[in-house]
Design a protein around this ligand. Structure first.
Ligand code: BGC
Length: 660
């Protein structure tokens, strides 16, 4: 797959966006006469203060403000708070936001303002907010976005390595620093909520989302839940700061642990599939990071997975979708683990549940879902839920619980006092200080898997020949969820430094030939950069759209040509998951896994030239063949090419192995 175009989002277009207004009218959601939002009365005027509803008094405890506001709300207003639409479905007529009492909007992957600049983002979100504040109770909107490796939808944002690379750093403090920067860049441009971090445990690298995971070991993923602190801060009061956002751990739970070939949608091989497991193993492998994220980091929201769980220790149990599992959403997550934030369903996820739309809505609300991501069918959702409540099939107590959880987040974020974007940090977007942290993260994430004959580190005086499709391609080194949902190849979409540019910044004598067609004589070192092109979600599953863990013919040819001609040969793999290099490894003196480093190619050069030591370790097991998948640490038969935790470390010209 080269230059992946933006593909339609899963489920998009199932219901037309154009029906929004008509249905809003049907619902009878009236626009308030006065469009102006009054700031809470804070002055000495006692009469005015007496008129101020208690929920607008920031001196009162949040629980009291929630109670007061809830007591004033109609059913339609409550259901509105439980509804999230895609910005694209209201942008043409933003008055729909108020007409539908929408509680939240999101930007799906690639859903950006034009121009795609920090100021245009902030103006866009503020424009939607202005509409939300025209509602009777002036409840502010929560705006969510997928800042999964930086504020990736925004051109010019700092683009960090994807989580798989961050897992390789084994550095939870760095992860927190990354997400603090991401929170700063995101909040300064409008959104106060991110659908990140993914605390998925990837147990099969054929999964198209493996790179969104910190690794295959639940203990490693749990350690990296410091990401939540990076986003949210460590105290509830931090959420109101201009450099923090509400975080979402996703996708609850077992999304990376499904059985190959058991996708429940039919479109994919493994994404949105079925996790076939016992309760005991589920707790140990899939649930563990959520316990830490909730109990140690107080994460504000959780996104249930598209995938299903089928219990092997419950006779006759069939697969149950996470969005429908009362057992897991309410009994385990909310009651047993003690999650007191709110649950946001995944993109159109409830429409994958069995039954008609009313059944899907009812099942999920009653299972414990609090807010519903209904990108293009918000009005139908509101109507369906309203009818279910009125028919007594969804208890009012469940609605009140969901709305209370959502309102609490809005109060904690300070949105009632400061609904509009605080742009204090807007100039820090993509700043050199932020990019310096990303560069360090790239360096720490590089995993050196082979280093014979002291091939690395390189000396700047060496004559270097660089080849390969991923040497000079920012889009490929950033991967999916960068400017568009699927990501895209090429160097024009966002600023950054490719690996080739990083090498050139470190050494004066560099020749580049993408296809290794240029003569190869007269060089001390050859560097071949192989790898994948961008993909996201199930469209990246092995077996879908031609995806495979095998190297492309071009990559193999480039390795053959460069490594047979130049005495010292280094291969770098730029990919979201291990690729099968068993046959090529003997030809290379050194082999480095670079993952998907993002915008800072200089970080790769830093370790190649010994400016920083190699310290990264494998966050996943490296298979000998594709057929070995799934292969994970702790398997009874474990004979990988490189085990989980392996990585060579360099100190000057000394190389030593590490494992763990
Ligand atoms: C993905 C989520 C993402 C959501 C919103 C879904 O397709 O599974 O991870 O947060 O879209 O973009």
């Amino acid at each position: 797959m080269t230059h992946q175009p933006l593909l339609p989002r899963p489920g998009s277009g199932r219901r037309a966006a154009g029906v929004l207004l008509a249905a809003a009218t049907l619902l009878g959601a009236a626009l308030p006469a006065s469009a102006a939002r009054a700031e809470p009365a804070t002055g000495p005027d006692a009469a005015a203060a007496a008129r101020t509803p208690r929920y607008l008094d920031p001196r009162l405890p949040t629980a009291e403000r929630v109670r007061d506001l809830l007591g004033r709300m109609t059913l339609e207003e409550k259901i509105g708070q439980m509804t999230q639409a895609e910005r694209g479905s209201v942008d043409a007529d933003p008055t729909r936001i108020a007409a539908l009492n929408l509680g939240s909007l999101l930007s799906g992957g690639g859903s950006t303002p034009t121009p795609n600049t920090p100021a245009a983002w902030a103006d866009m979100v503020d424009g939607y907010q202005r509409q939300a504040l025209t509602t009777r109770l002036h409840i502010p909107l929560l705006y969510g976005v997928d800042s999964v490796h930086g504020h990736g939808n925004l051109a010019g944002a700092t683009v960090f390595p994807h989580n798989i690379g961050m897992g390789a750093t084994r550095d939870p403090g760095l992860v927190a620093e990354e997400e603090h920067i991401t929170a700063t860049e995101t909040r300064a441009t409008g959104p106060q909520w991110v659908f990140a971090p993914c605390v998925c445990v990837t147990r099969d690298e054929r999964w198209g989302r493996a790179y969104e995971s910190f690794g295959e070991n639940p203990a490693l993923v749990s350690r990296m839940t410091t990401a939540v602190d990076g986003f949210q801060g460590t105290r509830r009061s931090d959420l109101a700061r201009p450099d923090r956002v509400l975080a979402t751990v996703k996708h609850f739970a077992g999304d990376g642990d499904t059985t190959y070939g058991t996708s429940t949608t039919g479109d994919y091989r493994i994404d949105r599939g079925v996790t076939v497991t016992s309760h005991r193993r589920f707790d140990a492998v899939d649930l563990a990071p959520y316990v830490t994220a909730v109990q140690a980091h107080h994460v504000g929201s959780i996104m249930p997975s598209y995938s299903s769980v089928q219990w092997t220790d419950v006779p006759g149990s069939g697969p149950v979708r996470m969005s429908a599992s009362k057992e897991l959403l309410t009994d385990v997550l909310k009651r047993k683990i003690g999650f007191d934030g709110f649950l946001i369903s995944d993109w159109d996820a409830i429409t994958e549940l069995p039954g008609d739309f009313a059944t899907q809505v009812r099942t999920s609300v009653n299972a414990g879902m609090d807010m519903f991501m209904q990108p293009y069918d918000a009005p139908q959702f509101e109507q369906a839920l309203s009818a279910e409540v009125q028919a007594g099939r969804v208890p009012m107590s469940r609605i009140d619980d969901a709305v209370s959880r959502i309102l609490r987040a809005k109060f904690d974020l300070g949105l009632f006092e400061h609904p509009y974007t605080d742009r204090t940090n807007i100039d820090s977007v993509g700043s050199s200080a932020h990019r310096a942290v990303a560069r360090r993260a790239v360096a720490e994430s590089q995993v050196l898997l082979k280093n014979d004959h002291h091939a690395l580190p390189l000396a700047p005086s060496q004559r270097i020949y660089v080849a390969g499709v991923n040497a000079d391609d920012l889009g490929n080194q950033a991967g999916g969820w960068t400017l568009t949902w699927q990501g895209q190849s090429g160097n024009t979409a966002f600023p950054g430094t490719t690996i080739l540019q990083g090498i050139r910044n470190a050494a004066p004598n560099v020749t580049y030939s993408a296809d290794a067609a240029a003569p190869t004589t007269g060089y001390d070192v050859g560097i071949v950069v192989i790898g994948e092109t961008p993909y996201a979600e199930g469209l990246g599953d092995v077996g879908v759209g031609g995806h495979t863990l095998e190297l492309s013919t071009t990559d193999r040819a480039n390795i053959d040509r460069v490594c047979s001609a130049i005495s010292t040969c280094i291969v770098l793999d730029v990919a979201g998951r291990p690729q099968i290099v068993t046959g090529q490894l003997p030809a290379a003196d050194a082999f480095v896994m670079s993952w998907l480093p993002g915008s800072e190619g200089d970080g790769v050069a830093d370790v190649l030239f010994g400016k920083r030591p190699f310290t990264g370790r494998l966050p996943v097991t490296w298979p000998r063949s594709e057929a070995q998948e799934p292969i994970n640490i702790g398997d009874p038969q474990y004979d990988p090419l490189f085990p989980y935790g392996f990585g060579l470390t360099t100190r000057g010209r000394t190389t030593s192995a590490q494992l763990g």
